[in-house]
Design a protein around this ligand. Sequence first.
Ligand code: F3S
Length: 739
Amino acid sequence: MKIIIDKYAGFCFGVKRAVDKAFGEADNKKDRKIFTFGPLIHNDQVTGKLEELGIKSVDSLDEIDCEGAELIIRSHGIGEEKYRQIEEKGFGYIDCTCPYVSAIHKKVQEYHKKGYKIFIAGDKAHPEVIGINGWCDNSAHVIEDEKTVDKLPIYDKICLVAQTTITKKIWDSVVDAINKKYKNAIIFNTICSATEKRQESAEQLSKKVDCMIVIGSRKSSNTNKLYQICKENCDNAYHIEKAEDLPAGMLKRFETVGITAGASTPDWLIKEVIVKMQDNGNIMGDPVEIAENQENIVDDREEMEKQEDTAEDQGNMMEEYEKTMRSVYPGDTVKGTVIMVTDDEVMVNIGYKSDGIIKKEDYTWETDVNLKDIIKTGDELEVMVVSINDGEGNVVLSKKLLDAEKNFNKIEAAFNEKTPVEGYVKEIVKGGGIVEIMGVKAFMPASQFDVRYSEDLSGFVNKKVDVEVIEFDPDKRKVVVSRKSLLKKQNEIKEKALWENIEVGQKLTAEVKRLADFGAFADLGGVDGLIHISELSWSRVKHPSEIVKPGDKVEVIVLSVDKEKKKISLGLKQTLPEPWSVVGEKYKPGDTVDVKVLRFSNFGAFVELEPGIDGLVHISQISDKRIAKPSDALKIGETVKAKIIDIKPEEKKISLSIKELIEVNGEGAKEEAEKPVVEEAKEEAEKPAAEEVKEETAEPIAEQAKEEAEKAITEEAEKPIAEAAEETIEETIEETTKE
Ligand code: F3S
């Protein structure tokens, strides 16, 4: 029977280091009280031997009731807080954390401080994962498989690391799911290559032997995984913890037997198994020496041990590990040469097996530039690796992310010096929006978008905005910006200048901001003025919305300024000629005009010739027939033809007649002719208009009083009249006509 010991069987570098250290301390123990913080490794034989040497395992510091105790921290490592607790208790410690695990602690601590959400791919109950989580205030999400990723919330920035001993298969599926869900994930493959190599090597060996023996504790997850791999490739795979567990007699039928062992399996245990396999219990002596002297045993581990020793001797294990982590993984900064530029992306040779792609949006934060104008083939670039595979085998790169790192300092300077910076609103999120400033993502609360709060911020998306940095936390990578504070400052400057320069009679441009029943407020540039409803138009206005709407840019005349009360009255109608001032040029007696019936009084109908120009059709001039009141012949709002019979522009009076046009056209006469004419009616028709009114109203109206009434009404009609004012006119009419 040929026995092949897998070259990666047994203790990994980190476990070997911890076990050697623990047994070394045991040799020098004397009166020292030494404990291991948790079982040193998942192997009862090893922990049993240590206990015999006076080094017990404790799971909690409270189990130690003596002073000056020393704790051996096992290769899995512990969280930051635990170190503090050890020191607070006055205990010492011998730190055997595997350097690979320490490197993960550093990464997690660094990215947690930078504001990244930490994800750990692994088993949440594993002491190594618990320890890693302790370097980000226990705030990490632990991902056991790719399905867990679906349930995770969206974060702007995440950093993924792996438990050192998870399988590559689980890791790859988790990375895939993470890359699909999170755009800018920083991913560090922290699977320890010792585990990976042991698994790959066991897989290869199990494919070529007749039987595979996996030695290690059933409590050890990495040994269990090793057994699973071997079982998939070899029907005769056995998992044993010690030599006595070997399937007695069964091994004889196999020509080749492979042996692998978990990371917690000591050498002497492997050799005990080998002896047991060979001698059926009859060989005497040291099992280690016996195993080492067997010619039919191929021990591939020597080469590996040499490499590890060399690395440790040179004190560069961390460096070696860093190299394996950083060569092709997301988050790396790499240099490359541009090999192609299109409108949408830049292709870069980064000396990796695949080329890298930088999309336009990952190259620059400027949206209105042409890539070909700013970069060309042959240019050298420094970029950040975002993902190793974009789905088509290309490495996803970003220049913007790297620039953002560099520009972070510029943003800090802008914060300290309170200088404005330019940004782009990328998206609207809950409570505000994400603004990109020189590649750095900042948050702008909804209340800081504008001087006046707006519910709908969608109009800002993809727009350039000038902002001020109002909060800056480099540790948490937190940048909060405000457009409002900058606008307020700018407005204050404009406002000051406006108050210094504004004068009555100035013609200014203003933007209508909001409407009220009594007028419109218009922004003159940091200061609002009021255009009273009576100053909006020369004609009657019932509501400002008939003339202007918010957002309108209008020319206005400054009517009054009260610098103490900070009040400005503006006039819109004053920018147009006063209609009565040109009436004499536009109209003359005898003209036929289209008029709109506005309202009635007892003695006639008020009509509009054009906005701001009203006239009166006396009741006697409305119809060629006898009517009791204007509404017998006319309707409010209708447009009719009328003849101008008198114009007095200086008194703002125009008298019109509808009747005269009817008589000229003969329509009235014709109609009258078709009717039986009674004498009384004929007489009535021939009566002067004043007489008619007199009789109809049954009140004595002197010609003078009538004129006064007309004058009062016409004057009132030219004022912008609110409902109340209209009532006043009606009262004026009544009073005047009574006289
Ligand atoms: Fe360290 Fe890797 Fe072993 S992380 S403890 S060398 S499995």
